[in-house]
Design a protein around this ligand. Structure first.
Ligand SMILES: [Zn+2]
Length: 206
């Protein structure tokens, strides 16, 4: 069942003239009498769980916090000490974050990664951020995974390397570079095309 426009106007009328606190109280009372579908129609989708962790509504095992971000232990870890680092402000993915905020987030990720080496005696770490469902992002909030790696762990992060023609590589590199604002593209950041060398294969992740 959905709310009719008349019903919505009636609810609005009930909230009119109340103080913000009274409005909240009245709204909760009204919401309690509605179906989940009607609730969503009235106040939108349920709040993002990661935003609820930031506000303390959902309890977490916090390992780090600063003015901009927070890191917790993943409740379904890939390995012991698997951490989730996310901005306090809601972004749907890391790619939507302004560069300065993403910079702070990655700096915090590096701190956590270093801590994993020291505190957990990790043999390595993976720092993984997925942008979008296709990239494996399941959370509705931007986040970075910091996954400590141990000898004989069962973590799998990988891909099958493909061959791309040198000319196409050149086009891809130039297309990417053209989308980066010119004032930021200093000489040293310009793409260097390197020939594929199978001997370097062992240097790839994981
Ligand atoms: Zn959120």
């Amino acid at each position: 069942m959905t709310l009719t426009p008349e019903k919505i106007n009636e609810i609005k009328a009930q909230l009119m003239g109340l103080s913000p606190e009274e409005q909240q109280e009245k709204l909760q009372e009204i919401l309690a009498s509605l179906s989940p579908e009607e609730q969503e129609q009235l106040v939108g989708k349920q709040q993002c769980p990661f935003c609820s962790m930031v506000s303390g509504e959902i309890p977490v095992k916090k390992v780090y916090e600063d003015a901009d971000c927070i890191a917790i232990l993943d409740i379904h870890p890939a390995s012991k000490g698997h951490m989730l680092l996310f901005p306090k402000k809601h972004y749907a993915m890391v790619a939507q974050m302004p560069d300065n905020e993403a910079g702070k987030l990655f700096a915090a990720a590096n701190k956590l990664s270093k801590a994993a080496f020291e505190a957990l005696n990790a043999a390595g770490t993976n720092i993984v951020a997925g942008n979008g469902a296709k990239a494996g992002q399941r959370a509705p909030h931007a986040l970075i995974n910091i996954i400590p790696r141990y000898e004989d762990d069962k973590v799998s992060i990988g891909w099958n390397p493909m061959q791309v023609e040198e000319s196409e590589m050149e086009t891809i590199a130039q297309t990417i570079a053209s989308k980066i604002p010119a004032e930021k593209l200093k000489e040293e950041y310009k793409p260097v095309i390197k020939k594929y060398d199978a001997r370097e294969e062992h240097l790839r992740m994981p």
